[in-house]
Unconditional design. Structure first.
Length: 88
């Protein structure tokens, strides 16, 4: 996936400026983005604060770690079932 040239903090700040009443076309021209890009940002990050975004990223990292642990345990359980099921 392509890395954005804007950080999440800058995106949230731009959304907050638009909510404060600044014209979206002027904001998009200043940032060098299309209006469709801005609306995609607003759909994804709308209503979030910077602290909430950081907390969300932390939860996503922890969730990924837990998924890897569960997958590893499932592989170990499957291996043990195969081992026990064999006749010696």
């Amino acid at each position: 996936m392509k890395k954005s040239r804007f950080s999440e903090e800058k995106i949230i700040k731009a959304i907050q400026e638009a909510e404060a009443g600044r014209p979206i076309s002027e904001l998009c021209r200043e940032l060098g983005i299309s209006e469709q890009c801005f609306y995609n940002w607003r759909r994804r990050y709308g209503g979030l604060e910077v602290s909430e975004l950081r907390h969300l990223k932390q939860l996503e990292l922890e969730n990924g770690r837990l998924h890897r642990i569960v997958a590893q345990q499932a592989l170990e359980i499957d291996g043990l079932r195969i081992l026990i099921g064999k006749k010696w």
